[in-house]
Design a protein around this ligand. Structure first.
Ligand SMILES: [Zn+2]
Ligand SMILES: [Zn+2]
Length: 431
């Protein structure tokens, strides 16, 4: 996905290509049905009207999915709080559920993902249009598939007739070709619709789904639901199981995403979208939570792996990779012994080199010993390789997120936060 959306020719050609595909499937097939020798002949008036109304809705919702602004935060206040998340690229606070999009080059409210096919972010403001686009695209494709099915069935029924009495070769080739394109498009957009509706009902963006997977992988590494660690700045931090907080009931989830609880408007192509506002919840700055966690604002959960890297970057800890690589090809018994030996070494190193963070992580049963999910080998350590990927091999950057700007607050020592606050305030006063 990253490869596709990063290629410059895709970036400039994706939207025209989608328009071409819609035009081909909708109008070429109607010409084929109405002006060829294919049975059962031209579309009826009802069929034709229904199909063209669906297409109109499709064009309108696609246009709006492409052109509606994905949202922008404006911080009018001179005081910039270093509390909470902070975007180092925008030099501004990053409200919950926002992410810095590397294509849009700013923080996007409730960013779902940057869609190459709409050349726009799917976000708090564009989600309703994106969902309507997918719904109308799918319903149009199902209608078109029905028209294709009618014609294929008619062909099958007349299979014993002399071939020269049937449709022309050009009509048959056109039918096969457009039918195939319709089938492939239906499959791809069907999958997209299912995952998007799932995210809509659960109030979970694509990025948050990825975060849920990462959190489950991290929790699965320890034997308990929580453990204590030391952050890069020496502050004690508790890593614990966090429930996804934004699922507040399916109807409220759906109404929040569409910006209205009037469900008659949800699929109206000209209906609006949620507006960014500092007042009220679910409007970009604050989000209602379901109260399953011991306090609000715990999402996204801490990533111990990221925290440990942050510690390494800040020069406090350094992982003993040579020792860990010994695990390769050992029996479980030998691995256990190697693990215990490393633990002792770590304890010694802690005294020697202030390696607090590393030692505490190693105390958690097995944490960090299963290293398959993390491409973290120091021999080829670079920014792209060292982050977590889900089971589909997708990194956060594949959704358009600028991972450099995606540090957790805990990654940043207090002095850095203070420096940023100073820089941020200065640049705001200057402007
Ligand atoms: Zn940003
Ligand atoms: Zn974007």
């Amino acid at each position: 996905m990253a490869g596709i959306s990063d290629a410059p020719f895709i970036q400039s050609l994706a939207v025209p290509a989608v328009c071409l595909l819609i035009a081909f499937l909708s109008y070429f097939s109607q010409v084929l049905f109405n002006h060829s020798t294919l049975d059962p002949g031209p579309l009826s008036r009802t069929e034709s009207t229904t199909f063209n109304i669906l297409l109109l809705c499709l064009w309108v919702s696609y246009f709006r999915a492409v052109t509606v602004d994905p949202g922008r935060y404006v911080f009018a206040d001179q005081v910039i709080e270093a509390e909470g998340r902070w975007c180092k690229k925008c030099q501004a606070p990053k409200p919950p559920r926002a992410h810095h999009c590397r294509h849009c080059q700013r923080c996007i409210p409730k960013m779902d993902h940057h869609c190459p096919w709409t050349k726009n972010c799917v976000s708090m403001t564009t989600f309703p249009h994106f969902l309507r686009f997918l719904v109308y695209a799918n319903v149009s494709l199902w209608t078109l598939s029905y028209f294709f099915w009618q014609r294929l069935y008619a062909l099958w029924e007349t299979r014993h007739m002399p071939a020269h009495l049937g449709p022309t070769l050009a009509a048959l080739v056109s039918l096969a070709m457009s039918g195939l394109v319709c089938a492939i498009t239906s499959l791809a957009l069907g999958i997209m619709l299912i995952t998007t509706v799932q995210g809509w009902v659960l109030n979970r963006t694509t990025i948050e789904g990825w975060e849920v997977d990462r959190h489950e992988a991290n929790i699965g590494r320890g034997s308990r639901d929580w453990w204590d660690m030391t952050g890069p700045d020496g502050e004690p931090i508790r890593f614990e199981k966090v429930e996804f907080p934004y699922d507040i009931g399916f109807f409220a989830n759906m109404a929040q995403a569409m910006g209205t609880s009037n469900f008659l408007l949800w699929f109206f192509p000209l209906a609006g979208n949620p507006k960014i506002s500092k007042t009220g919840t679910g409007t970009g700055f604050t989000w209602e939570e379901n109260g399953f966690n011991r306090k609000e604002g715990m999402w996204p959960p801490l990533d111990p792996e990221k925290l440990r890297r942050a510690g390494r970057e800040w020069g406090i800890s350094r992982r003993n990779y040579e020792a860990e690589l010994e695990d390769e090809g050992l029996t479980p018994q030998e691995q256990l012994e190697a693990f215990k030996r490393r633990q002792e070494e770590d304890m010694r190193r802690r005294k020697r080199r202030q390696d607090v963070l590393l030692a505490e992580l190693e105390e958690v049963d097995g944490f960090g010993s299963d290293r398959d999910d993390y491409d973290d080998d120091e021999t080829n350590c670079n920014n792209a390789m060292r982050n977590w990927a889900n089971s589909d091999g997708e990194y956060l950057r594949d959704y358009g997120v600028d991972e450099d700007a995606e540090e957790q607050d805990e990654d940043v020592p207090l002095v850095e936060l203070l420096r940023r606050r100073h820089v941020g305030t200065t640049s705001y006063s200057d402007s």
